[in-house]
Design a protein around this ligand. Structure first.
Ligand SMILES: *Cc1c(COP(=O)(O)O)cnc(C)c1O
Length: 433
């Protein structure tokens, strides 16, 4: 399989080159030259396959010859070795729990797959690779955990001091070894800005082999298709009709993977992109005008994105036809007040604790189903609520997750380096390693 740049100004590359580069030289996102079609027989009999077998079948055409089957099977098995249950919340709405991985968020899947692919490609390389990433919370933990102990790779994570939760900080800053946590006296945007500057610093890039692990990397994006198939395997046991799938969305990588899976043959009735106050896509579907905006802060902060980087891939799947896109995708913007109310109501009435991102998804799906009475579906519950425990305590008025949170915080001591919001300091640290 080859990948082309959506900016169309760069040469085509294979999976290995796309994974190592992350972004094309013309700054475009890589996109597969063809979208594979899965046999109908496989979809109809999906319950007869293990999750490892499903994941291998789905990803193999995208890898081509870049990784031999035996190695790819090991990578896939390692990526999906935790539970991904589909749990009913109320009649018509279930929750696909993507938070049973090591850092309790769906980003574990993409980060684990990418780290193992990169580890495979770099085996025996003389020059060490430095993965540099800025995080507002979940990405840093998933990337740090995924690359922990991977040979030939050093990871540097920048996170904003006092702006990530205790659990998130523990996941970034207590690992040590090849994982270096930098606690920045600034905001997420400051962290992001310094990372961007590092990638364009010629002197630095001559001395170090820098790469990013953000969600546009094909090795993080493509494996996110896996759990849509795992969900369908469970859905099919109790439903005749295809599901409506609602995805809490920020950079739109997760939902784009679902739409890709559907294009390959996975039955899906309709997709819903659930957004918070950052509503570029809901507005686009209303007006056909795509207008990026600065992001605004909400309680579902992993979705505080004002210019979703993966949306261009969704447009590409639909060949930029607004009508067919609108037929398959709806999008809602949900306020913080409604999100808090939903967390409270669903917990007290249905005994299910949503995290703020899942709650945005729940309301969006409920809105859609209220207008489409015969349909049923599920949300992607993208993180465990304990990662956002300060918000949960505030909403419920009590700390129902106290034990789980303490257990997560007990092991390991913080080993981050505190630094000012100053690029020259970052450069010094990177060069000293
Ligand atoms: C990253 C993240 C999202 C948004 O996913 P995208 O692929 O960027 O749309 C939603 N929820 C949680 C908990 C996340 O960490």
């Amino acid at each position: 399989m080859n990948y082309y740049s959506l900016n169309k100004q760069s040469p085509k590359v294979d999976f290995k080159q796309a994974t190592i580069a992350g972004q094309a030289p013309d700054k475009g996102l890589y996109f597969p030259e063809t979208i594979p079609q899965l046999d109908k027989d496989f979809i109809d009999n999906i319950e007869q396959y293990s999750n490892e077998e499903i994941a291998f079948k789905v990803i193999k055409p995208y890898i081509g010859n870049a990784i031999p089957d035996e190695a790819l099977k090991r990578i896939v098995a390692d990526t999906v070795n935790f539970n991904i249950p589909l749990v009913p919340i109320i009649k018509g709405i279930s929750s696909l729990e993507l938070f049973h991985g090591p850092t309790l968020a769906f980003k574990d899947i993409g980060a684990r797959f990418m780290s193992r692919c990169l580890g495979y490609f770099l085996k025996g390389n003389e020059k060490k690779v430095t993965v540099l990433v800025a995080t507002s919370g979940d990405t840093g933990g998933a990337v740090a955990n995924g690359f922990y102990n991977v040979e030939g790779v050093e990871v540097v994570v920048l996170y904003p001091s006092k702006k990530v939760s205790a659990v998130q900080e523990a996941q970034i800053a207590t690992l040590g070894k090849n994982i270096h946590a930098l606690e920045v006296d600034g905001t997420f945007d400051d962290c992001q800005q310094m990372v961007k500057q590092a990638f364009t610093d010629a002197e630095l890039n001559e001395k170090l082999f820098l790469t990013s692990a953000n969600s546009i990397n094909v090795a993080r994006w493509l494996p996110q298709q896996f759990y849509y198939f795992f969900a369908y395997k469970q859905w099919k046991q109790t439903h005749k009709n295809a599901p409506v799938i609602c995805v809490p969305s920020g950079n739109f990588g997760n939902i784009c993977a679902g739409i890709l899976a559907h294009t390959s043959g996975l039955p899906v009735e309709h997709f819903i992109a659930a957004c918070n106050a950052n509503k570029v896509v809901p507005d686009y579907l209303l007006t056909e005008k795509y207008e990026p905006k600065p992001s605004v802060a909400t309680i579902s902060n992993a979705m505080d994105v004002g210019n979703p980087s993966n949306f261009v891939r969704i447009l590409e799947i639909f060949h930029n036809e607004f009508g067919s896109l609108k037929n398959k995708l709806s999008s809602y913007s949900i306020s913080d007040a409604a999100t808090k109310q939903a967390i409270k109501d669903v917990y007290t009435l249905h005994n299910y604790l949503l995290d703020p991102h899942g709650a945005v998804g729940y309301i969006a799906l409920k809105n859609y189903l209220d207008n489409n009475l015969l349909k049923e579906g599920f949300i992607l519950e993208t993180a465990h609520p304990v990662k956002f425990n300060p918000a949960i305590i505030d909403i419920l008025g009590e700390n129902i997750l106290v034990q789980k949170e303490q257990a997560l915080l007990l092991n390991g001591t913080k080993q981050s380096t505190f630094m000012p919001n100053d690029y020259s300091r970052l450069k010094e640290i990177l060069l000293a390693k």
